[in-house]
Design a protein around this ligand. Structure first.
Ligand SMILES: [Fe+2]
Ligand SMILES: [Fe+2]
Length: 181
């Protein structure tokens, strides 16, 4: 059985923070004209579209909808969180496009990538800070463990391809980079 969804979300945040740390190191190398690990950059960009945008954020959207149904938050909070997730998805898509251009060694794309990556890193960190300070405590307060389990069950089991039970081949080197930053 899946552990409490709040724990899964907290673990996801810790994983995403570690990932942002690895990405930031590579971006700093690229910005200073050093040798950045393009493979790591590509894997991070792909992972962001694959897991946070397809599982983590949808779970949060369902939780806040459940909180609204329980009268714990106004509809404006639901709309705001969903809009923020849509914005992060758009930023991840743009980051991925920029990573593909860098991997293809298209000229003049490194500056664009550095700018997008820094914007993404700052946006995601801020988003997680706000959720941890406000949204997660309220979800714990207003939704019982049973409510949360019922909500989480609406999404099919989704194994994280990087931090989950088995790291997919695609993310093997990224997994190693996370262990040895
Ligand atoms: Fe979120
Ligand atoms: Fe989150």
């Amino acid at each position: 059985m899946m552990s409490d969804i709040m724990q899964v979300l907290a673990d996801d945040h810790a994983n995403m923070r570690a990932l942002m740390g690895v990405l930031e190191i590579e971006v700093d190398k690229m910005a200073s004209g050093g040798h950045a690990d393009v493979e790591t950059i590509s894997a991070v960009a792909e992972y962001l579209l694959e897991y946070p945008d397809r599982f983590h954020h949808p779970v949060e959207d369902l939780l806040i909808q459940g909180m609204q149904a329980a009268g714990a938050v106004p509809e404006s909070s639901v709309v705001a969180l969903e809009a923020e997730h849509a914005r992060i998805y758009r930023l991840a898509t743009e980051l991925h496009d920029a990573a593909v251009a860098v991997a293809a060694e298209q000229p003049m794309r490194r500056d664009a990538f550095v700018e997008r990556a820094r914007h993404y890193i700052a946006s995601l960190r801020h988003h997680m800070d706000v959720e941890e300070a406000d949204f997660f405590p309220r979800a714990e307060e207003f939704l019982s463990p049973e409510d949360r389990a019922t909500i989480a069950a609406r999404l099919s089991d989704f194994d994280d391809p990087l931090f989950g039970t088995a790291t997919r081949e695609r993310y093997q080197s990224l997994s190693e980079a996370l262990l040895n930053p």
